[in-house]
Write a protein that binds this ligand. Structure first.
Ligand code: RTP
Ligand code: MG
Length: 147
C-alpha cells in the first residue's frame, strides 16, 4: 500500500488546525500509520528542503519550518501521495481551490499550513528522515473493504 509523509507546518499548529487537517485525511479513507508533534532542527530542515537550497526563499523557508512545532504524519492508502497533494491544494494559497486545505485556511505562500511528499521517491526519503521504522504502526481497519 502506498505511503506518504504529511506535516502540519508551524503556522497550522499555532492556529489550532491539527484536528481539522487530520480529520480530512481520516474521513477520506486513508489510514494513519504514524504521527508526532516535534521541533525540526536546522539540519533536518535543510535536508528535508534540500531541493530548494539554491532558491532565494531557502533561508526564510528553513527559518519558518524551525520556528515552532510541526505535526509530522505518515498516511497510507490507494494513491495517497497524489490524492493528498490534491487535497492540500496548490502551493500558493491564492491559487489553491476552495475546499482544499490551503484554499480554505491559508493566504501566503510562505505560510501554507501543510507539507506533502510530491512523488513516491520523496515519500520514501521524507518518511525515512522523520520516522524510525518502529514508530510506524501496522494494523487493520475494518472499513478496508470499502476503500
Ligand atoms: P511543500 O514542499 O512545503 O509541501 O510545498 P510544495 O511542494 O507545494 O512547494 P515547493 O515547491 O516544494 O516549495 C516548498 C515551500 O517553499 C515555500 N515557497 N515559497 N516565496 C516563494 O516564492 C515560495 N515558493 C515556495 C512554500 O511554503 C512551499 O510550500
Ligand atoms: Mg515540495
Amino acid at each position: 500500500m502506498e505511503r506518504t509523509f504529511l506535516m502540519v507546518k508551524p503556522d497550522g499548529v499555532q492556529r489550532g488546525l491539527i484536528g481539522e487537517i487530520t480529520a480530512r485525511f481520516e474521513k477520506k479513507g486513508f489510514k494513519l500509520a504514524g504521527a508526532k508533534l516535534m521541533n525540526i532542527s536546522e539540519d533536518l530542515a535543510k535536508e528535508h528542503y534540500g531541493e530548494h537550497k539554491d532558491r532565494p526563499f531557502f533561508g526564510e523557508l528553513v527559518e519558518f519550518i524551525t520556528s515552532g512545532p510541526v505535526f509530522a504524519m505518515v498516511w497510507e492508502g490507494k494513491d495517497v501521495i497524489a490524492t493528498a497533494r490534491f487535497m492540500m491544494g496548490k502551493t500558493n494559497p491564492a491559487e489553491a481551490a476552495p475546499g482544499t486545505i490551503r484554499g480554505d485556511y491559508a493566504v501566503q505562500v510562505s505560510n501554507n499550513i501543510i507539507h506533502g511528499s510530491d512523488s513516491p521517491e520523496s515519500a520514501v526519503r521524507e518518511i525515512g528522515l522523520f520516522f524510525k521504522e518502529e514508530e510506524l504502526v501496522a494494523y487493520e481497519k475494518s472499513v478496508a473493504a470499502w476503500i
